[in-house]
Design a protein around this ligand. Sequence first.
Ligand code: BG6
Length: 497
Amino acid sequence: MKETQNQILIIFGASGDLTKRKLIPALYKLYNQKLLPDKFAVLGASRTKLSDDEFRNRVSEFLPDEKDTIEFKKMLFYQAVQNNEDRDFIPLKERLSVLSGELEIPENYIFYLSTPPSLYSLIPQYLHKNGLSRSDKNFRRLIVEKPFGTDLDSAKELNIKLLNFFDEDQIYRIDHYLGKETVQNMLVTRFSNGIFEPLWNHNYIQRVEITSAESLGVEGRGGYYDNSGAMRDMLQNHLMQLVGFVAMEPPVVIEANAIRNEIVKVFQSLRPFEENMIAKNVIRGQYTSSVIKGENVLSYREENGVDPFSRTETFVALKFFIDNWRWAGVPFYIRTGKKLPTRVTEIVIHFKRVPHHLFGSPDTSANNQLIIRIQPDEGILLKFGMKTPGAGFDVQTVNMDFHYSDLTNTTVPAAYERLLLDCMQGDATLYARGDAVIKAWEFVQPLINAWNTNPEIPIYGYPAGTWGPENTDSLIRKGNWRYPCKNLADDGLYCEL
Ligand code: BG6
């Protein structure tokens, strides 16, 4: 177990949703497991004027019963901070030194930016001006929430600005997908077993498929989402990180830079899209109105905060290649969308079929798949061929299935729990490095540009509750996407393993 030094966590944007829903509950869980350092405090900071007690009451909504949380809440403090002038940071600095004096906590600070992105470079600048960004004696770290830029240029600009005030090894760019237990388990599955890694290449793998489906829509975030879309909201960050983990070479050690070097190498090998290839290999969709289980469901354009003529994609699917030794010629497919039939994130490794078909035709031979279920029902499933009992040699596909829920006495920690603890311990392994974020933007930016400038690239409608535009199937020539559940808009939910 790594050491967690005594420290203060300062959350900017403390009156916002993320703080209430994710950060404070994650800290409470760490507290309950005795994973917080002996001396620890959280200083919430945002524009709203609140006392410490008012802040404690506000965050209670997402905590268990009052009596269990009394001690935990004593660690929470609050300071109103205007973000538009650096002199507003003087009272913050004073409050921090008072807190650290009274509570006998050394001036080790993590600054968490959970604010609107327009403040991502301003707050670090003011922290720097007030002497809070670096210290000879103590650590200073900065956590930056997504979105990291809204396009390639703004991401580059943000990187440059941050590096004026903090060093790269002080900056923790959060991508909550990397905090998911099953994403980390991908490294263990691949690199701690003798049986998978020898097959993990173009000789044995026919294709790799990554699906991240959500049954929810934009849930009151229409204003934000309409300026973002599935490509920026999910693909550029979360799903590209999954690509990094599934495709990387073995790192030399399990250590932040060793792992992040391998992820960058994967991104460097992504084959860029030629403009004339985009319409065929990248499919975007937007959900239309529908009836699910007898209930009318609004179309995306009817959602609050969404432009009634919006051309923002709520679904994207693409086919691409990684041009390196391991993956030469293996197509990768990604699809993600809102208002799909179910919530599931999984990676499917489709293995090549056997070279000679002793038991029937290629179509009846076993189609081996390794399915890494990121969520829900975290686990791993292997599909392989077995003889159907009785006369003849009929082959049927059967499952070997591991569910994390079968492990007794083990709870899968929430992503923010893991990531906050890592940052407190100074471990950036599961945070995105600046160069990787830029590489991922370089990959997706031409697609966004083509959509913006070429009106001939269609945006397809798909009824809410279905698996996206029908022609998504046209991306995969041999075989089909794996459909873990049938369309909800047809005949109710039916899930298969
Ligand atoms: C967020 C996106 O980053 O990830 C949301 O902004 C999306 O639109 C969410 O719903 C998905 O996260 P998870 O952990 O529920 O898969």
